[in-house]
Design a protein around this ligand. Structure first.
Ligand code: SF4
Length: 317
């Protein structure tokens, strides 16, 4: 496995001039903030499938049988078969790329993940289409973290996406080679707080799976655990769930804190719960106490550092 995080990406988001009009859609957050921490695997389905740059723009149309077609509305040329063939091949090849996630391009008839304009014979287009390449990608990699650049402007969705990307990498590392049941228990223990912040019920269901690890065939266990783990991670962490996790962690060293320090930590957690300070504030204080009081159980928790701090994903209130 490579050391760096590998993200598939719609090529135009990197500033490459591959769009139908010869332009690009460079995304400053991805190119400026994220790029130093990842290796990109760019794919432009329209350019790579031979449609050329520049090229006539295409759109999604619904045929009379309800099927989605990719059509050049000016000439009427139907690109569906060629794009579907290309997408199947390219997505199959991506299986060897060891991807940890994928960033798609919103609204694109090739790369849009959801709400792409779908034109019918009559009336206004409805926003319920999925780009042809994106549809293949989503079907082939159901647990791979996949997002659109537009949705990454939302701080909560952005944080969730990158938490999933880094968690997916740790999960893949766990199951590389001949893993033992002890490795699974250690992994699950270290992910506890992070999982609780996303979905406490899902965490408990995962725990039941882990308890039965020795009774389930290895391949089945790996599939079931990976699927359930990524499903839990997809649930959005909320301030209330974070507060529960922080209070739970506080219990691990509250005996070692004097009354003033306990009150300060409690008030910081409360301020976070009320949206007055970002999550990074109480988490930084926790990291300090975990180091100072040497609490190995908490030091191992991915929750305290689930992604590089330079991404500043926990800095929004
Ligand atoms: S949206 Fe997809 S197909 Fe369109 S230019 Fe970008 S990468 Fe290429």
């Amino acid at each position: 496995m490579t050391n760096s995080i590998r993200l598939g990406i719609a090529t135009c988001l990197l500033g490459e001039q591959v769009r139908w009009d010869g332009g690009h859609k460079r995304d400053e957050f991805l190119v400026g903030t994220v790029a130093p921490h990842v290796e990109w695997v760019p794919v432009c389905p329209e350019e790579e499938s031979g449609m050329g740059v520049p090229r006539p723009p295409v759109r999604l149309e619904q045929d009379p049988h309800g099927a989605t077609r990719m059509v050049d509305p000016k000439s009427g040329k139907d690109h569906t078969a060629a794009m579907t063939r290309f997408s199947k091949q390219r997505v199959r090849a991506l299986a060897d790329e060891e991807l940890d996630g994928y960033v798609l391009k919103k609204d694109s008839p090739s790369c849009g993940m959801e709400r792409v304009r779908l034109h019918a014979e009559k009336g206004m287009p409805v926003r319920k289409g999925v780009g042809l390449f994106a549809a293949e990608l989503l079907a082939r990699f159901p647990h791979l973290p996949i997002e659109e650049e537009g949705r990454l402007n939302d701080p909560g969705l952005r944080e969730n996406f990158f938490e999933r990307v880094f968690a997916y990498r740790r999960l893949r590392q766990l199951f590389i080679g001949r893993w033992k049941s002890g490795d699974v228990v250690r992994f699950h223990t270290a992910e506890k707080m992070l999982l609780l912040a996303h979905d406490p019920q899902g965490y408990r269901a995962l725990g039941r799976l882990v308890a039965a690890v020795k009774t389930v065939p290895r391949a089945d266990f790996q599939t079931q655990y990976s699927s359930a783990f990524m499903t839990v991670m997809r649930k959005l962490a909320t301030p209330r769930k974070h507060v529960n996790v922080l209070q739970h962690m506080q219990g691990h060293f509250s005996d070692q804190l004097d009354a003033a320090a306990r009150a300060e930590l409690s008030s910081l957690i409360e301020d976070f719960g009320h949206g007055l300070v970002p999550l990074i504030a109480p988490v930084t204080l926790f990291r300090h106490y975990v180091r100072r009081f040497d609490v190995p159980y908490l030091a191992d928790q991915s929750y305290l550092e689930p992604h590089p701090k330079e991404l500043m994903l926990r800095n929004h209130a």
